[in-house]
Write a protein that binds this ligand. Structure first.
Ligand code: NAD
Length: 497
């Protein structure tokens, strides 16, 4: 085996080692004997250096014309296109999802970069008439300062790009802390932006754990906005850490998403959606279809086909193009899956398919689990309420659309929901009544595009949205500007009568 590469932090335009000299390993979850690289195990000292570099760079970056900022982002989009295949392969080795999906992950970063590059020449404010004569008024966006980004491992390039690109175009500088399971993909993204001419200090990256890097980063007094994607539990602590300083705080958290299949649905289409939504990314998507609520009239038919198809899914190393489902990200996540399968059994759910860890042959070296389906699940069972983040799907029977919506809305999360029906009235009713940030008709719960807002209600989010125009609201603040050219004192609300 050749020498293993050591990757550094990126601070003030330079690749530097952690102050403490510690490192950690990054291994392939499909084959843990494969070591991808050694990464910096940083601490608060590295965070302080990165925030100082970002604060210094902010002084000039905020005055850099937005279209010029966006040109760098545009150049990065083109460079990402050139590197798409190699970055996708790095990502599959780093986190296990299959190549088609890691190509999609890089593509999402490309799409977001092009989209936000366009915003450099838009970022529209409003001009409105004044209630007084000879007075002009408008609103404009101003940047916030240093943004801290804390990201998960399941979309290792897409999610960082959803945060970094709008933040930069709005005129903020950035310190990103990627998940410890997937630092390489974040480094690939940061390196790409650096190669496209980003001034030093504008974008900084510090790798390491949540407690040693994430916590000091989000608490740093010079950080003005924190954008976090991850679990609801950690999100709550981010929210609490931001509150005393009134920091802008953007949270994208867990999900327990639902597909509702009505008796008039095209069953094969619904099965396609359930398979893709339930087992795509090994169920490790915040938008994963972990609950399928099926009308009792088509319940058996749906289940038979769904189970039949799930049994045929090819599980393995995502670098093999014929593989359809990769491993869990790590041992801890796999243990969670195994634990929930036990819980489901104990709760009396009917295990129709899967239910076991895969350990034979080449599976031995990775964190693999069979695609698993529970039927006859009651909406109150833990497998039907709690986020598992693995290849485990619960199927629940219902008698009507109203009941399906009620079940769908009954969990603590509110990210994504989907309805399969041929009836336009049912489609619009569910569109209105599902309290989720994303809703699909005749498509699975996954498949968001970058130019619409992404995020959820209840314990999934705190009212902000990623992507689309909404992302600009996270990374900028409104300023209302009034210009009185009357040459005299004019009092609003008083002199206009
Ligand atoms: P996680 O909350 O464990 O970690 C997310 C990030 O926070 C990582 O970078 C981690 O190192 C950091 N972190 C952990 N503890 C911290 C602390 N005390 N202080 C500061 N930072 C800390 O989540 P995960 O396991 O990486 O990702 C899975 C979760 O992310 C799931 O719940 C999933 O639903 C959610 N997710 C949500 C979305 C969304 O857009 N809503 C998208 C993807 C993933």
């Amino acid at each position: 085996m050749g020498k293993v590469k050591e990757y550094k932090n990126f601070i003030g335009g330079k690749w530097v080692g952690a102050q403490g000299g510690d490192t950690f390993e990054n291994r392939n979850p499909a084959n843990t004997s494969e070591l991808l690289g050694i990464f910096q195990k940083s601490d608060h000292r590295d965070v302080n250096n990165a925030v100082a570099a970002a604060s210094e760079a902010y002084r000039s970056w905020r005055l850099y014309p937005a279209p010029k900022r966006a040109e760098i982002v545009f150049a990065a989009a083109r460079r990402l296109m050139e590197s798409k295949e190699s970055f996708a392969r790095d990502m599959t080795r780093e986190m296990g999802k299959v190549l088609a999906e890691t190509r999609g992950d890089v593509q999402e970063a490309i799409d977001m970069s092009f989209y936000m590059a366009g915003e450099g020449r838009r970022m529209f404010g409003q001009t409105t008439p004044s209630e007084l004569p000879n007075k002009f008024q408008m609103s404009l966006r101003m940047p916030l300062g240093v943004g801290a980004m804390i990201t998960p491992w399941n979309f290792p390039m897409a999610i960082p790009s959803w945060k970094i690109m709008p933040a930069l175009v709005c005129g903020n500088t950035v310190v990103i802390k990627p998940a410890t399971d997937t630092p390489l993909s974040a480094i690939n993204l940061v390196r790409t932006l650096d190669e496209c001419g980003l001034p030093k200090g504008v974008l900084n990256l510090v790798t390491g754990t949540g407690s040693e890097v994430g916590t000091p980063l989000m608490k740093h007094p010079d950080v003005k906005v924190v954008s976090f994607t991850g679990s609801t539990e950690v999100g709550r602590s981010v929210s609490e850490a931001c509150a005393p300083q009134f920091k802008h705080c953007h949270l994208e958290m867990g999900g327990k998403n639902v597909i509702m299949v009505m008796d008039d649905a095209r069953i094969d289409l619904a099965v396609d959606g359930a398979l893709w939504g339930g087992f795509g990314t090994t169920g490790q998507r915040c938008t994963a279809s972990s609950r399928i609520v099926v009308h009792q009239k088509v319940y058996k038919k749906f289940l038979n086909r769904f189970v039949d198809r799930a049994r045929q899914l090819r599980v393995g190393n995502g670098l093999d193009e014929s593989v359809q489902m990769g491993p869990s990200i790590n041992e801890k996540q796999l243990e969670t899956v195994v634990r929930y399968v036990d819980i489901g059994r104990q709760e009396g759910a009917k295990l129709l398919c899967g239910g076991h860890r895969l350990t034979r042959g080449s599976y031995r070296k990775g964190w693999f689990h069979e695609p698993t389906i529970f039927a006859d699940v009651n909406r109150k069972m833990r497998v039907a309420c709690e986020e598992i983040f693995g290849p485990v799907v619960s199927v629940i029977s219902c008698r009507s659309l109203e009941e399906a919506i009620d079940i769908g809305n009954s969990v603590e999360y509110g990210l994504s929901s989907a309805l399969y029906t041929q009836d336009v009235n049912r489609a619009f009713t569910a569109m209105r009544d599902m309290y989720t940030g994303i809703f699909y008709v005749n498509a699975s719960t996954i498949g968001a595009e970058v130019h619409l807002p992404f995020g959820g209600t209840k314990n999934t989010g705190n009212g902000h949205r990623e992507a689309g125009q909404a992302a600009l609201d996270v990374f900028s603040e409104w300023k209302a500007v009034y210009v009185d050219f009357s040459g005299r004192l004019q009092r609003a609300q008083i002199d206009n009568n």
